[in-house]
Design a protein around this ligand. Structure first.
Ligand SMILES: NC(=O)c1ccc[n+]([C@@H]2O[C@H](COP(=O)([O-])OP(=O)(O)OC[C@H]3O[C@@H](n4cnc5c(N)ncnc54)[C@H](O)[C@@H]3O)[C@@H](O)[C@H]2O)c1
Length: 297
């Protein structure tokens, strides 16, 4: 396998394209938005510059990584002759079902179709294709070039052969894959999202401030990043979508998204990618500056 396509050039798509390209795969990066593609290439360039500065890669490796990536706005052009597609478009079930139906029509018969979805059922995604045995979850973590884990999710029909191909490919990328079965939120988000949601409820109920809540979890539980800062990093829209999928799948208050989260997403406060979430990032930095004043009062 040498030729791959990444669908979606947002937070995750650019990281996935970067990671494959750095390991010498030919990467086609597809997005409906030409602007998103331009931004993705610029982000990959900046991240590679940082790696050169830290002497993790050479200038030559940076240039060859960038030259391994070609961008497309047309999905059928972007998947020609590829062995694997990794879909990392917006977390929305209808959208993903539409994309997978389209991919099944335009991809070669042998092409494996993977989704980077955080929570949507791989089994359900596979039903819109005629190759359910070749549909699998490949859940990278953010930021992709740095984080070691890949959650490899088997749908009900995913074959052993496809699973072992994706497990091996993850290792080729320098990652550590963990095989899990299909269920809402899989393992990572089923455990993480209730904690983030509870942190938001704690803020909503005015139990403490943004910084107070994050400090409790960092100093008290040795978490490297507080849950509210992590939510900003993931994207509040993504957190909301994941909680909605888990709420639909499991029911109960535990997964019911906090009204404050719903309110912030409606207001366009999506975290780092929009410049503001629980913290303010309006200078373009990925680090929190000033806590935004979000509480009931
Ligand atoms: N953000 C995270 O920390 C994180 C972590 C793991 C997995 N994920 C998952 O990765 C996926 C992408 O999340 P993200 O944070 O990168 O989202 P994002 O909002 O940053 O980017 C999504 C991109 O998809 C593009 N897109 C929308 N419809 C498309 C289509 N039909 N064809 C091609 N491109 C299309 C958008 O233009 C946008 O550029 C989601 O399924 C999400 O759940 C996110």
């Amino acid at each position: 396998m040498k030729n791959i396509t990444v669908i979606g050039a947002g937070t995750m798509g650019n990281g996935i394209a970067h990671t494959f390209a750095q390991r010498d795969f030919n990467v086609n990066l597809v997005d409906i938005s030409a602007n998103a593609l331009e931004k993705a290439i610029s982000t990959i360039g900046k991240n590679l510059d940082r790696m050169v500065k830290k002497e993790k890669i050479t200038e030559k490796e940076k240039i060859s990584t960038l030259s391994n990536i070609t961008t497309y706005t047309d999905i059928s052009e972007g998947v020609k002759g590829v062995d694997l597609v990794v879909e990392a478009a917006t977390e929305n079930k209808e959208l993903k079902l539409k994309i997978f139906g389209q991919l099944d029509n335009v991809c070669d018969e042998h092409t494996i179709l993977a989704s980077n979805t955080s929570s949507i059922s791989i089994t359900e995604i596979a039903t819109v294709t005629n190759r359910a045995e070749k549909v699998i979850g490949m859940h990278f973590m953010n930021p992709v070039p740095i984080m070691k884990l890949v959650e490899v999710i088997r749908g009900k029909a995913t074959s052993d052969q496809v699973t072992s191909t994706i497990m091996e490919m993850s290792k080729t990328l320098g990652k550590i894959p963990v095989e899990v079965n299909d269920a809402p939120g899989f393992v990572a988000n089923r455990i993480l999202m209730p904690m983030i949601n509870e942190a938001i409820y704690t803020l909503h109920e005015n139990i403490s401030s943004v910084e107070g809540i994050d400090t409790v979890m960092m100093l008290g539980m040795s978490h490297p990043m507080g849950p509210l800062h992590l939510a900003d990093f993931i994207g509040l829209d993504i957190c909301l979508s994941i909680l909605e999928v888990m709420h639909e799948g499991f029911g109960g208050k535990k997964y019911s998204p906090c009204p404050l989260l719903i309110e912030m997403v409606a207001a366009g406060k999506l975290g780092i990618k929009s410049g503001e979430g629980f913290y303010n990032y309006s200078d373009g930095s990925r680090n929190k500056k000033v806590a935004a004043q979000f509480s009931k009062n």
